[in-house]
Each structure stands twice: as C-alpha cells, then as structure tokens.
Design a protein around this ligand. Structure first.
Ligand code: AMP
Ligand code: MG
Length: 464
C-alpha cells in the first residue's frame, strides 16, 4: 500500500480529536505531485492515485484535531475545520502526519464549508516548496488534487485538496486547548509530545522546563530564518505555531520585496500585527501564551512558573544572538561581533527601501543589478566597510537566495491557471525555486522585484 500508517494520536484522550470522513468527490484530478517528497518519505508514486490522495480510498478512519488559539489576540476554541489527518506515516523510523486540507466539513467546521479553492492550495504548494528549498523547516506539500465542485470565495473557483506532510500538526494552540478543556490530560499529552518531538529531553531531570526551552529555541530559529529570506507569515495566531518549529499554514503569507519592517499584505491585518518587523515581538507574545498553557503542570508541581519565566526572560538575548549570527552570514562575516555594521545596513535598508533579496546579491557581486540605489555613495561606503570584515562569497551564497517567490510572479502563474487551465508558469516557477541558491536564471525576470505600485496594492487572504 502507499502509506505505512501507525497513528499514535488516536491513542490519546478522545477529547483531543474527532473521527472525520473526507467528502465524496467524483473525478479527482492530480494537478501537481511532489516527487522529491515522495522519495524522501518512501512513497512509490505509482501507488499514489488521485483517489488515495483525495481521501476517497482510505486505509483507516481519518481524524480532525481539536485545538484552540489566540487569533489576533483573542482566545477561541477551534479545531481542524477543513483538514483531517489520514494517518501517521512511518518511514526510516521517522513519523509524518499525512493531512488533507480542503477535504470537507468536520465536527469543528462551525459555519465553514470545509472547502479550499484550487488557487489557494496551489499557492500553499508553491510557498512550502520554496521554503523547503530555502532550507527552512516547513510543512511540505505532497500533492494538489482538483475536485469537481465550485467553491465560492472572492470568485467562484474549482475546489482542491492539498495533501500536507508535517512532523506533526501539534501547535501552541493544542496545548491551549488541553489546558483549557481537559487540564487533567496535560501532563500525559506533554509527555506524548516530548516523546514524539524532543525525545532527547527524557534523559534530563527538569524535562518540562527543558521542553519549554526547546520549543522556544526551535521557534526562534524558525522566525530568524523567515527574517533571513524576507518571509512574512501573515497569520501568526497561536494555532498556527508549530510545537516543532515547522513553518505552516500558508494563507495570507508573502515575501517582502522592498525592505519595510511594516510590510504586511494580509487583507485583515489592518494594524500590522503580523507585519514583517513585528514577527519577533509576536513570537514572544505567543510564547507567553504557550507558557500560560503549561500552568496546570505547575499546579501538579512538575514545573514551576519561575522556570518558565527564567527561560522567557532569555528571549531577547537568544533571539538577538540567533539573528546577528544569521545576518553576519548574509554579509559573509566569518567572525563574531560586527553588530553595529549589521545595524548600519539595516538603517540603510529602512531609508532606501531597496529590494531586500537583491541588496545582498549586489553586495556579493557589484554590478549585478541596474538599480540606482546601488550606485549611491551611501551604499558604496557600506560596501567598503563590509569588504574590510566580510563579504565572503561562499558564506553569502549559502545564506542569500538568488530567487524567492516574487509575489507578482506567483499571482501571474495562478491567474494563468484559473483563466486557461494551463500550469506552465506555475511549473516554471517551481523549477526556479527548486534551487533558489543557484544562479542559473541570472538577469531573468525571476530576480526582478515588482513595480513598487504593485507591492503597495498587493493583498493576500485568509481561509480561501
Ligand atoms: P486559519 O486562519 O487558516 O488558521 O484557520 C482558522 C480556523 O478556521 C481553523 O480552525 C480552520 O480549520 C478554520 N477554517 C478556515 N477555513 C475554513 C472553511 N472553509 N471551513 C471550515 N473551517 C475553516
Ligand atoms: Mg490554521
């Protein structure tokens, strides 16, 4: 059979999930299938037909997970409203959730239809593919399968199911759910998560405080990686924060072109809560909510609030350390220090609003781009200072992508598909993003930022 399931989540307290059945569809059509991912997790593509990928041919009963979360700051009890886990697939001793998104209603759907549009599922496929190849920990997309229904969002579109693969879909919000709804289960659930994601901690005495520390560390690493490539997640609600530091829930996300810490593209994020430069602050806020969710463990005397606080108090220093290490690499600086020089570059970026990605490529190889901002005296002075301490090409090539998913190219590819049914631009973009650190399309349109007016107007949407 295609998958090799061993679904441990079903052994947990029944309040944590519900049985769910994928909607019936006729004529499911595989639009994209991720061969590289199949190989990585031991799946034979010949065995993966559209019925299996769309949940029409089941190996076992799927489940929808219960969770809660702070959405834009307000606490809500939620759950997978349009997603279900087919099972936990085992390969080479590793465990992967195989989840369908857009597969119909579940007990947690509330007023939602359980559906997803084909453009938003292709969009998620493309962003997760890019992030994986940018060496950022992320959910991965196995396939997009078009369904035969019409799904009404901003326009009426065909529906689609995305097959998503993650180490797990457990989130900060899953802990918030357990703490608020079934607090007596919290210790057992935490043990399960430690076993599944942080088994090395079992050897330690202070397991629960170490667990909080490890989650904080993996989240810091994830967000610093976002800042490295200019990624704006767009909806960092606590239910979209993975316990294992995997980037996931590609909804209103986007990549920043012109450097702007206030950059935000999501239609509903009117106050910039999830803006590019606010992601650090929001991560800390989310970690505080996660720490609160661990409080029942303090009542059971297996953790103290002080232990959580000591770790939280380290947040700024640890984030800074990770951030400056990353920025030094982007600037090809091999040694430590040089924070002031990094800050100087950031100050220049803030004032110039230069293209973030191309700035580093231009520093690496002057004359790559014909952009007047790179011909200014300020930029040249900065480059001279950096030459004295860094600009090591090899380091820079590992940290600075030559290609990111440029918003306008993504939209163009999706529009071509919706208008004509042709996926040629989409697959071309995937091919470029397969090796984002390798310059093989130099001088091509794939390195060009959009016109500034495009970015100023560009809007992304949740739940489409
Ligand atoms: P998100 O903003 O994607 O993290 O989604 C927030 C919550 O809304 C999650 O519990 C989703 O499962 C749910 N949701 C989003 N879209 C739909 C839909 N079309 N039908 C049912 N539930 C949905
Ligand atoms: Mg979500």
């Amino acid at each position: 059979m295609a998958f090799s399931f061993d679904t441990t989540y079903k052994n947990l307290d029944p309040n944590l999930y519900s049985r769910a059945t994928p909607k019936r569809i006729t004529n499911p059509d595989i639009l994209v299938l991720n061969d590289g991912l199949c190989a990585d997790i031991g799946l034979d593509t010949a065995e993966l037909d559209a019925d299996i990928l769309a949940g029409q041919d089941l190996l076992e009963e799927p489940i929808a997970q219960a969770y809660a979360g702070h959405q834009y700051g307000s606490f809500t009890v939620l759950g997978d409203g349009r997603a279900m886990i087919l099972g936990e697939h085992m390969h080479d001793g590793e465990r992967y959730d195989i989840q369908l998104k857009g597969s119909g209603r579940t007990p947690y759907s509330r007023r939602g239809d359980g559906n997803a549009t084909v453009s938003s599922m292709l969009r998620e496929y493309l962003y997760s593919y890019a992030m994986q190849n940018l060496n950022i920990k992320t959910s991965r997309s196995l396939a997009v399968v078009r369904t035969d229904e019409a799904v009404a969002r901003r326009r009426v579109e065909p529906g689609a199911i995305l097959v998503r693969v993650m180490n797990s879909h457990i989130r900060y919000g899953t802990f918030q759910y357990v703490a608020s709804q079934v607090p007596d289960e919290l210790q057992r659930f935490t043990d399960y998560v430690i076993d599944r994601h942080y088994p090395r901690l079992h050897a330690k005495d202070c397991t629960y405080s170490e667990f909080f520390d490890a989650v904080m560390q993996s989240s810091i690493e994830m967000v610093v990686d976002w800042l490295r490539v200019g990624f704006i997640h767009g909806v960092m609600n606590t239910d979209n924060m993975s316990i294992d530091g995997e980037t996931f829930d590609y909804g209103p996300c986007a990549f920043m072109n012109y450097y702007d810490e206030k950059a935000v593209f999501s239609s509903i994020d009117k106050h910039g809560r999830y803006a590019f430069g606010n992601q650090r602050r929001i991560l800390r806020w989310n970690l505080e909510r996660f720490a609160e969710a661990l409080q029942p463990l303090c009542a059971q005397s297996v953790l103290t609030y002080n232990e959580l606080k000591v770790t939280l108090d380290e947040f700024e220093d640890r984030f800074d350390a990770q951030y400056y290490t990353m920025m030094r690499k982007k600037l090809g600086i091999d040694a430590g220090g040089e924070e002031e020089l990094v800050d100087e570059l950031l100050a220049w970026l803030r004032i110039s609003n230069a293209d973030y990605t191309n700035t580093f490529l231009e520093l690496e190889t002057p004359g790559t781009f014909d952009d007047p901002l790179f011909a200014t005296a300020e930029f040249e002075q900065l480059r001279d200072k950096l030459t004295a301490v860094g600009l090591d090409e090899e380091l820079m090539q590992e940290a600075n992508p030559r290609y990111i998913p440029r918003n306008y190219l993504v939209e163009d590819a999706l529009k071509q598909y919706l208008d004509t049914g042709n996926l040629s631009r989409f697959t071309e973009l995937l091919a470029v993003l397969e090796n984002p650190y390798t310059s093989k399309h130099q001088d091509s349109q794939f390195q060009q930022p959009p016109p500034r007016e495009f970015d100023a107007e560009y809007t992304t949407y949740c739940n489409t």
